[in-house]
Design a protein. Structure first.
Length: 552
């Protein structure tokens, strides 16, 4: 089937749909709607003449001249009957126990067309950031809808009229657009309620709050109820870069913040980087939900779990991760597992922190060296090392995982095993990627710059095995795999297998070559890293659809 993905951005869900369709043998192309007006979109679709126009992530209206002539399906992040652009925001704010995704035909009114499919899911008992919800339960329901749509198109089964479609979630209807002011924080509210608002506003528009008389947007929050910290709205404690504010009946901890002036939001950064005087606050341990690094041990297996908000790892975080690896390897263990959380692994260096620093080139240099130290600590370990990719990963996050002897992943995750934005890349990728897929395939992945599904990554040799999509099932599967590895390690089988990937040159050889290239990218800006980084941080839309995403 020839399928055109018409989208507002090539985001995580779009990438997952793109990978899934290509893995199934479909001919898939992408067009970014913001780069076209209605006339050019119509002309483009007419020239391509696809069997299906699919819109996994579209904020723009589809011209009638398109949906009148080609099957055009919108994936809406709400159950049948729900309408409006702030669906997930409302669902979180209203404490909905169940929500869903609907595939519906594009018509003149937004989210009002005939329904092709609808799949629902349980909302988390404790609210999670909107971005985490979108890339997990929403994305899973969306993929189920995509399969139903493909089957319907294949069998020529028409969609059902809205009036005759059963609403699986009660009390749905058209809801208004929520703006930043609608998420304003009242510190007199309970910590749970404040954190719910912060989760609903995650990413955009951000929850505005007054702190020490100044306006900010706060992100990445967790409650600590039952603490008497005095008048609500006071900064009272810190744990590293995370800060605690007194609220009604407890504390609200948050990990990230941005300045807010004249309703214009600054760059999102670790909270202590943004709020003045944070270094003078007394220490108090933050809730486990915000813990950056966790370590547990089961017999001879140590498991290091790294939590990075939005997958970005800044310099100091990378240094702490390297220290944690060193401490874990100093124990009497034979296997070290490095993994992420259900909602995040890593995308490499932190572009926001780099952009906001006084000397971005120097900060980028410090950041890449710090993450290289982390990678080298894993690669040089005498023990068996395992990377368990728990969520989507990109660039340096993928390459860091490939420094381990064994690499596992959850089904349904998307990998971007390449570098973009005008940088050569490091993280020992000139050894790690090629040692797994071969020099030719490694070069193709780095130059084509296309996402790869977990299924395709396993076929290519990037991954050693793929576990279940369900989080609890994946944890059980991983445990079984680790027990099997433990037996193989004790029989020396894994020692021999790991030795086969040992490089013929010292790791410093690969690192030196990579950093020489990165120095030119950072300090000489030979490939436009500064401008591309600025556009990424400021979320400026791409000026045109990359040719690599179009139909071949």
């Amino acid at each position: 089937m020839k399928i055109l993905l018409l989208v507002s951005a090539f985001n995580g869900l779009t990438q997952r749909v793109w990978c899934h369709l290509r893995d199934a043998g479909h001919d898939v192309g992408v067009e970014l709607a913001p780069t076209h007006d209605d006339v050019s979109i119509t002309r483009l679709v007419s020239d391509l003449d696809p069997d299906l126009v699919l819109c996994p992530f579209l904020k723009h209206r589809v011209p009638q001249s398109v949906w009148d002539n080609w099957p055009t399906v919108i994936l809406h992040p709400g159950p049948a009957g729900d309408r409006g652009p702030s669906s997930l925001d409302h669902a979180t704010l209203d404490s909905r126990p169940r929500w869903g995704v609907t595939a519906l035909s594009a018509v003149e009114a937004m989210d009002a067309g005939p329904i092709w499919a609808c799949h629902t899911f349980d909302m988390p008992e404790s609210p999670i950031p909107k971005s985490a919800l979108y890339n997990s339960r929403v994305a899973d329901a969306a993929m189920a809808c995509v399969e139903d749509v493909l089957n319907a198109v294949r069998t020529k089964t028409p969609p059902k009229a809205v009036s005759g479609y059963r609403h699986p979630v009660p009390d749905t209807g058209e809801l208004p657009l929520l703006r930043r002011k609608d998420f304003a924080i009242d510190w007199n509210a309970s910590p749970a309620e404040v954190c719910r608002r912060i989760a609903a506003a995650d990413g955009a528009p951000g929850a505005p709050a007054l702190l020490e008389g100044e306006a900010y947007c706060v992100f990445d929050a967790a409650p600590e109820p039952g603490v008497d910290a005095g008048a609500p709205g006071r900064l009272v404690a810190r744990d590293g870069e995370k800060l605690a504010v007194s609220a009604g009946g407890g504390l609200v901890w948050f990990g990230y913040a941005a300045t807010l002036a004249d309703n214009r939001r600054g760059i999102k950064l670790p909270a202590s980087y943004v709020l003045p005087g944070a270094e003078d606050l007394p220490y108090r341990p933050a809730p486990e939900a915000l813990r950056e690094i966790s370590y547990s041990r089961f017999g001879g297996v140590g498991i290091l779990t790294v939590r990075s908000y939005n997958g970005a790892m800044h310099t100091e975080q990378c240094r702490r991760m390297t220290d944690a690896v060193g401490k874990a390897l100093a124990e009497d263990t034979h296997t070290l597992v490095v993994t992420g959380t259900e909602h995040g692994f890593s995308n490499g260096i932190n572009l926001n922190v780099i952009e906001a620093s006084e000397d971005p080139a120097a900060e980028a240099w410090a950041n890449i060296n710090a993450i290289d130290d982390f990678c080298e600590a894993i690669a040089q370990a005498d023990q068996l090392t395992v990377a368990a990719l728990s969520a989507n990963a990109g660039a340096g996050g993928v390459m860091a995982a490939l420094c381990a002897d064994v690499v596992y992943a959850r089904d349904g995750i998307v990998l971007n095993p390449y570098y973009d934005m005008g940088i050569y890349g490091s993280e020992l990728h000139t050894w790690g990627l090629a040692s797994r897929v071969g020099e030719d395939a490694a070069q193709r992945l780095l130059t084509e710059k296309l996402p790869v599904s977990s299924t395709e990554a396993r076929r290519l040799g990037i991954l050693d095995a793929v576990g279940p999509r369900d989080w609890e099932s994946f944890a059980g599967w991983l445990g079984e795999r680790l027990r099997a590895l433990e037996e193989e390690w004790l029989r020396d089988e894994m020692r021999r297998s790991a030795a086969h990937r040992s490089p013929s040159r010292p790791f410093s050889y690969y690192r030196t070559i990579e950093l020489a290239e990165m120095a030119r990218d950072f300090f000489d800006d030979r490939n436009g890293f500064a401008a591309q980084r600025f556009d990424f941080v400021k979320k400026r839309p791409t000026s045109e659809t990359p040719s690599r995403l179009r139909f071949k």
